[in-house]
Design a protein around this ligand. Structure first.
Ligand SMILES: [Zn+2]
Length: 348
C-alpha cells in the first residue's frame, strides 16, 4: 500500500512538473483526484484492512490528497498570473504614438447662413416661425394676392400634388399668411420663416428644383419703406461686412406694393466693376416691398390701420456669394469633396 501511494505521488509530481497550461492542469486534477482516480480507488480498498491499518493509510491518503490539491492550486495561480501578464503585455498602449484623426461633422454652410440671419433678426425682436412644406393653394397663392389664372403664377412653376388645391410650397410666404391670420388683425408681427421651397426648375448651376428661402415680415402701425431699407442695411452689413452699401431698385411682385429689388455693393471689386457684379458694382440679393393692401386685408389686417414690409432671400444665393461657390447643385449633391471643403474639420 505504501509503495502504491509513493508511486502515485511520484507519478503526479512528474506530470505536474511538465504542465504548461491551465487545461492540462485541470485534466491532471480530474484524472488523479476524481471519483475514478487512483486515490479514490485506494480509499475504497481501505475497507479490507484492519482498523489499525485503516487509520494509518487513511491518514496517508488524506495527506496525499491535501498535498496534491495544494500543489495544483499553487501551479494554477502561477499559470493564471503568467497568462495575465502576457495579456497585459500584448495590450499595452503606447501613449507616445500620434493619435488617429477622427472626422467630425460641422453645420452645413446653408444652415450657417440661415442661423446668422436668424440670430440677427431675433436680436431685433423677430420670431422664427415654421410652416408646412405641403401647402394649400389658398395660402401659397390666393391669400397673397395671386388668384387662380393670374399670370404671376406662371413665374413659379409649381409642383401640384392634388388637382390645383394641394402643392409643394413654391415660396415660404404662405407661412406669413398663416401667421397674420393667427394675429387676427390685432397683433403687430415680426417674423422670419426660413425653409425649403420647390419649383419645377431644370437644375443647372444657378437653378435647383428645391431651394431655401428666408423670408421676413413686419406688420405694425406707421411702417414705411425706410424701415425696410434700414432693416435690409443691417442684414447686408452683418453678412457682407460693415462697408457694404445697399440700394433699392423698383420691381414688381404681386404681394407687395411698392416692390423693390435689393442690391448690395460688390464686395469683390468694391464697386469698380468685375465679373461677379457684371461690371455694375452692384449685386442683387433679394426681393422686398411694402405688404400689398390686398394681402393685409385677406389676412385680417385693415390696411388703413396697419402697414408692413416683407423681404425674401435665397439662402443658396447668399451662401454662394459669401463663400464663393459657383454651382448651386453643390448644396444638394452628396459629393464629400465639396462638403469637406466647407464643412469638415478633423480633431485629434
Ligand atoms: Zn464687382
Amino acid at each position: 500500500m505504501k509503495e502504491k501511494v509513493n508511486s502515485i505521488q511520484n507519478e503526479i509530481e512528474q506530470e505536474l512538473n511538465k504542465v504548461t497550461d491551465l487545461k492540462e492542469l485541470n485534466d491532471i486534477r480530474t484524472r488523479y483526484l476524481g471519483k475514478k482516480g487512483p486515490i479514490a480507488e485506494l480509499s475504497s480498498s481501505l475497507a479490507s484492512l484492519s482498523i489499525e491499518e485503516k487509520k494509518e493509510f487513511g491518514a496517508i491518503l488524506n495527506n496525499l490528497k491535501t498535498s496534491v490539491n495544494s500543489k495544483i492550486d499553487s501551479i494554477k495561480n502561477k499559470l493564471e498570473m503568467e497568462e495575465l501578464n502576457k495579456k497585459l503585455e500584448s495590450e499595452k498602449i503606447d501613449i507616445s504614438l500620434p493619435a488617429t484623426k477622427i472626422p467630425v461633422g460641422a453645420p452645413n454652410i446653408l444652415e450657417r447662413v440661415v442661423e446668422e440671419i436668424e440670430e440677427l433678426l431675433m436680436s431685433m425682436g423677430y420670431d422664427v416661425v415654421d410652416g408646412p412644406e405641403i401647402e394649400e393653394d389658398k395660402f401659397n397663392f390666393e391669400m397673397l394676392n395671386i388668384p387662380k389664372g393670374h399670370p404671376a403664377r406662371d413665374a413659379q412653376d409649381t409642383f401640384y400634388i392634388e388637382d390645383e388645391k394641394i402643392l409643394l410650397r413654391s415660396q415660404t410666404s404662405p407661412v406669413q399668411a398663416r401667421t397674420m391670420l393667427k394675429g387676427e388683425g390685432k397683433t403687430p408681427i415680426r417674423m422670419i420663416c426660413p425653409g425649403k421651397t420647390y419649383r419645377r426648375d431644370d437644375d443647372d448651376a444657378t437653378h435647383s428644383h428645391q431651394f431655401m428661402q428666408i423670408e421676413g415680415l413686419l406688420v405694425d402701425k406707421d411702417i414705411s419703406l425706410s424701415d425696410l431699407k434700414g432693416t435690409f442695411d443691417v442684414i447686408a452689413k452683418k453678412l457682407f461686412g460693415e462697408d457694404c452699401k445697399t440700394r433699392f431698385r423698383p420691381s414688381y411682385y404681386q404681394f407687395t406694393e411698392p416692390s423693390v429689388e435689393t442690391d448690395i455693393s460688390c464686395f469683390a471689386c468694391k464697386g469698380t466693376g468685375c465679373s461677379l457684379c457684371k461690371n455694375t458694382g452692384w449685386i442683387t440679393v433679394s426681393g422686398a416691398g411694402m405688404v400689398h393692401p390686398n394681402v393685409l386685408r385677406n389676412c385680417g389686417y385693415d390696411p388703413e390701420v396697419w402697414s408692413g414690409f416683407a423681404f425674401g432671400f435665397g439662402a443658396e444665393r447668399l451662401a454662394m456669394l459669401k463663400y464663393g461657390i459657383n454651382d448651386i447643385r453643390a448644396f444638394y449633391q452628396t459629393d464629400l469633396r465639396e462638403v469637406n471643403t466647407f464643412d469638415r474639420k478633423d480633431v485629434d
